[in-house]
Design a protein around this ligand. Structure first.
Ligand code: PHE
Length: 475
């Protein structure tokens, strides 16, 4: 099977793949989920599932991509006879996720600007308004949200137009180490604030969250497993077309097992680091602030910087800039996954259509992004439940939750399950082994892999799927 010209170095691949994994999920999802689901216990469950589910599926996806040298759609067509269409699930999910990811990326840029305004003492800062109100006002300003969302999308498009080596790799090789460094600086500030220790206790000490009234009751083991599983899934960008697409551009001489393990480790490390930055700061400077999701990121954290004194705006700029970088490296991976099928098709006919494909994709994704921005998380009256009267059927999410429910809640676990079915039960795990060992590498984890892909991973996935459906529809 053919091999594409792709990443110039293994480091470049690693930074791009880690960049795809590290995103908003690490920053606004992981820290709170860890604290609310048993602290250190959650971490242990997370790590175990990270190997049994995360590592196994990630290895499967990257390997399949490299084996065929093609995007998700073509790869599943080549590999499977029964589930030829499976690749489309990932492409559609990537498309939907991008619709809201670009809206949120735009929010992050807006917050860099806000803090810049605070630093310069000019009118475009927060002007003494509290975080929750600033956030509400911004979401209510449809034009402004749309403009920022589209700026983020255009930046994404331009990077992807530059190609794998000239665009994506070049950006990620710089932005990922930079993100790591900026996060370190923010952690040092957060952990040395008076009162920061409560944040650490919330995050690490089992039972602390309940004993201190942050959450009402200890979750069941099932709830912990399903929360950890769902988080791993989203955080590692599994069950989507992204990792498979990047795998297609990886050189045959590089080790798949080592790279996969490194991605899991780095993604988890950055999730923990995000917790060390966000939670101590929240407990020290905004003890009543919302602890997760968009409000945590945009309302609580803004309060934190407003309460930090004269260096607040500097840390505000640093923090939101690092979030922009995290979101951007994710959005370019999603974007590449969406267009790769079309770019490939054109190449087969000897044509270079990357810029055109990127432009058309950006227009379509732009339409979703505009919808999400105008909806302002349900504040502006154009959410699906308001339009379609879904509230009567018991569902009242906004556009953002709607897209994330379809993509994250359904398509991603389904994509993961299909991968297990195809490799474990249809074509057999030798399809993976032969590629892992293709240039003579040793596949030391092969026995574990075989056991997991057939039995353990699918069972965990079913639990995650069940948990997701429960939380989206019946919470
Ligand atoms: N992993 C990303 C995050 O943590 C989200 C993502 C999901 C990216 C699926 C690509 C594919 O935010």
């Amino acid at each position: 099977m053919r091999e594409k010209k792709g990443f110039g170095s293994n480091f470049g691949f690693l930074m791009a793949a880690v960049g795809s994994a590290i995103g908003l999920g690490n920053i606004w999802g992981f820290p709170y989920k860890m604290g609310a689901n048993g602290g250190f216990t959650f971490l242990v469950v997370y790590l175990v599932l990270g190997i049994l589910c995360g590592y196994i599926l990630l290895l499967s996806e990257i390997t399949l991509g490299r084996k065929t040298g093609r995007g998700a759609v073509a790869t599943f067509r080549i590999i499977s006879r029964r589930f030829k269409w499976a690749g489309w699930l990932g492409v559609i999910a990537s498309f939907l996720i991008l619709g809201f990811y670009s809206a949120l990326g735009g929010y992050c840029i807006k917050y860099v600007v806000l803090n810049l305004g605070n630093l310069l003492g000019s009118g475009f800062g927060t002007n003494g308004v509290v975080g929750a109100e600033v956030f509400r006002l911004f979401m209510g300003n449809q034009l402004e949200s749309v403009v920022y969302g589209l700026i983020f999308l255009v930046i994404t498009m331009l990077i992807v137009m530059g190609g794998i080596n000239g665009g994506i790799e070049r950006v990620c090789k710089v932005s990922m180490p930079l993100l790591f460094f900026m996060l370190l600086v923010c952690i040092i500030r957060a952990c040395t604030l008076p009162g920061a220790v409560e944040g650490l206790q919330f995050m690490f000490v089992p039972g602390w969250a309940v004993a201190n009234g942050v959450i009402e009751q200890e979750p069941s083991l099932f709830a912990v497993i399903s929360a950890a599983g769902g988080q791993i899934f989203f955080s590692l960008s599994i069950g989507m077309a992204t990792m498979l697409t990047y795998g297609a551009y990886l050189d045959k001489k590089e080790s798949l097992t080592k790279n996969t393990l490194l991605i899991v480790v780095m993604d988890t490390l950055v999730a923990l680091m995000a917790g060390l930055c966000v939670l101590p700061a929240r407990f020290a400077l905004d003890p009543q602030g919302v602890l997760d999701g968009p409000e945590m990121l945009f309302a609580t954290m803004q309060n934190v910087f407003d309460n930090m004194g004269s260096v607040g705006p500097v840390f505000g700029i640093l923090f939101y800039l690092l979030v922009v970088l995290a979101a951007l490296s994710t959005s370019i991976a999603l974007f590449e996954a969406v267009i790769s099928y079309f770019v490939e098709k054109a190449e087969e006919r000897g044509k270079h259509r990357r810029p055109l494909c990127a432009l058309v994709a950006a227009l379509l994704i732009g339409a979703l992004c505009v919808l999400v921005c105008m909806d302002g998380m349900g504040n502006n009256g154009i959410a699906p439940y308001q339009l379609l009267n879904l509230a009567e059927q018991g569902w009242n999410g906004d556009w953002l939750s709607f897209f994330s429910m379809v993509a994250e809640g359904l398509l991603m676990p389904l994509g993961g399950l299909l991968t297990c079915l195809i490799i474990g039960w249809e074509v057999g795990s030798d399809v993976i082994r032969s590629e892992v060992e293709v240039t003579g590498q040793h596949f030391g984890t092969a026995p574990l892999y075989r056991l997991c892909i057939r039995f353990i991973t699918p069972v965990i996935l079913l639990m995650v799927l069940y948990g997701q459906i429960q939380s989206f529809f019946f919470a």
